[in-house]
Each structure stands twice: as structure tokens, then as C-alpha cells.
Design a protein around this ligand. Structure first.
Ligand SMILES: Cc1cc2nc3c(=O)[nH]c(=O)nc-3n(C[C@H](O)[C@H](O)[C@H](O)COP(=O)(O)O)c2cc1C
Length: 230
């Protein structure tokens, strides 16, 4: 089983997305998967300019020669695709959005009805893939993930609000159930091709109003102290 992971945080190995991606990939590797990871910021991916040449003039081929030349075949060949992104402006980062826009050559121009919505058919027969969307936010409210959820309606979600707490020892301890669940989802997806319903609840963290208040107060103090230092 091939697991392909993309980290869309510009902070790359220094971010919280990295911690979560590592846990997931550890679980997947323990389950026997072949895993690969990429940092989108390191890839040369130009923005789609909407010329539609990949549909009309050179069907299936973009005008640009860049890293999407190998990302697309790798993406199509994977059994599990892991997309890790911070929430920026209530959305996935533009690094991930740009990569997803460049998938246009994999679709046909026609429009068809699927599950009540209009979609483009796939250009090539596609494996039954699992998509895991792991998003982290600085605010403590789960509403920050609404847009990400809407963009990937069929994904398995890993959502962590106030994600910065995972980077301190106390917060990391507090989130030990969540961390175990992330690793377990990696393992289950590889060994069983699906995950327990009960596990899904543990993957989307939500905090009480009192805890959110603490998070806000702590964040305010933290930035106040940083600003005073400079
Ligand atoms: C430009 C920018 C926009 C952000 N917008 C949001 C936001 O809308 N909601 C939120 O909860 N956090 C927001 N954040 C905070 C990030 O989601 C948070 O710092 C996250 O942990 C970063 O992930 P990383 O550590 O993997 O880089 C924003 C951060 C930046 C730099």
C-alpha cells in the first residue's frame, strides 16, 4: 500500500502540521505501508492560469513543465493521500490550493451529475483512494475548519484547533488521546482500508468554552511578551 503525504505548511519541519504528519506516517509504516512525504513549499508548482490547453489542445498535459509532471502520476498511483495544512484565513493554505488546481489535466472537460452535484469525469480510471485531510488552526474554535471540510467532502478529517499547544510538553500530554488516534488512523487505514467510527471523533478536537478562554489569555500573554522583547 502506498501512502503519499504532502505538508502544506510554509513552516515545514518546524510547524505543528509536521508533528501530526509524523504520527500518521509512523502508524502507516507500522501497518506495512510504503510512505513518502513532500513539503509543497519545496516543490516548483506554478499557478494554473486557466488556459484550458490541458483539456483542449494537449489533452491531459499542462503547458507548464514543473514538479507537477511527477506529482500527478504519483498522486494517481497512491492508495492513501495525506494532505496536511495549516488554516490560513479560515481556509487551506494557498500552497495546497495551488497544487490541487494544477490537477485539472486529470479531469475531462465534460460535466456530469454525481451524488446530486455537477462534477468533471476523471480522465483516467482512478484507484479507490482514501484522502486524509489534516488541518491545524491557531484559534481554539472548530469552525475554522468549515472551509477545509467543504473542499474535501469525502476525506477523513484530522482537525486540531489551538494547535500550538501540541508544541509544549504540557499541551502535548493533554492531547495524548488525539496523538494516539492520529497514529492509529495511519495504521487502520493501511491494514483495513477504513477506520473505526469511534476513532473519527477523537481526530476532531473540540475545546470547552472555559478552555478556549484559557487559550486566548495564554496567546495574548505570549505575544505581549514577545512584542515587549523587541
Ligand atoms: C497568514 C496566517 C493566517 C492565519 N489564519 C488563521 C485562521 O484563519 N484561523 C486560525 O485558527 N488560525 C490561523 N492562523 C494560525 C495557524 O493556523 C497556526 O499558526 C498553525 O498552527 C500553523 O500551522 P503550522 O504550525 O503547521 O505551520 C493563521 C496563520 C497565518 C500565518
Amino acid at each position: 500500500m502506498k501512502v503519499l503525504a504532502f505538508n502544506a505548511s510554509p513552516r515545514k519541519k518546524k510547524g505543528v502540521s509536521e508533528i501530526i504528519m509524523n504520527l500518521f506516517l509512523e502508524g502507516a509504516a507500522e501497518g506495512g505501508a510504503e510512505t513518502e512525504r513532500y513539503y509543497i513549499l519545496d516543490l516548483n508548482i506554478k499557478g494554473c492560469i486557466g488556459c484550458f490547453k490541458c483539456w483542449v489542445e494537449t489533452p491531459g498535459r499542462c503547458i507548464y513543465r514543473d514538479d507537477m509532471d511527477w506529482v500527478i502520476p504519483k498522486f494517481m498511483d497512491a492508495d492513501v493521500i495525506y494532505l496536511g495544512t495549516p488554516i490560513y484565513n479560515y481556509n487551506i493554505t494557498h500552497y495546497l490550493q495551488r497544487m490541487m488546481e494544477r490537477m485539472l489535466p486529470t479531469a475531462l472537460p465534460y460535466m456530469e451529475e454525481r451524488e446530486g452535484s455537477t462534477r468533471h469525469p476523471e480522465r483516467h480510471e482512478r484507484k479507490a483512494q482514501k484522502i486524509v485531510l489534516a488541518a491545524v488552526a491557531g484559534f481554539p474554535d472548530t469552525e475554522n475548519f468549515n472551509q477545509a471540510r467543504a473542499l474535501f467532502p469525502n476525506a477523513i478529517y484530522i482537525f486540531l484547533p489551538a494547535a500550538q499547544i501540541l508544541q509544549d510538553p504540557e499541551g502535548s500530554k493533554y492531547l495524548s488521546d488525539f496523538k494516539d488516534a492520529v497514529k492509529e488512523v495511519g495504521r487502520q487505514i493501511v491494514t483495513r482500508g477504513e477506520i473505526d467510527e469511534a476513532l473519527k471523533d477523537k481526530l476532531v478536537v473540540s475545546f470547552s468554552p472555559e478552555f478556549k478562554k484559557k487559550i486566548r489569555e495564554r496567546a495574548n500573554k505570549f505575544f505581549e511578551a514577545l512584542m515587549q522583547k523587541t
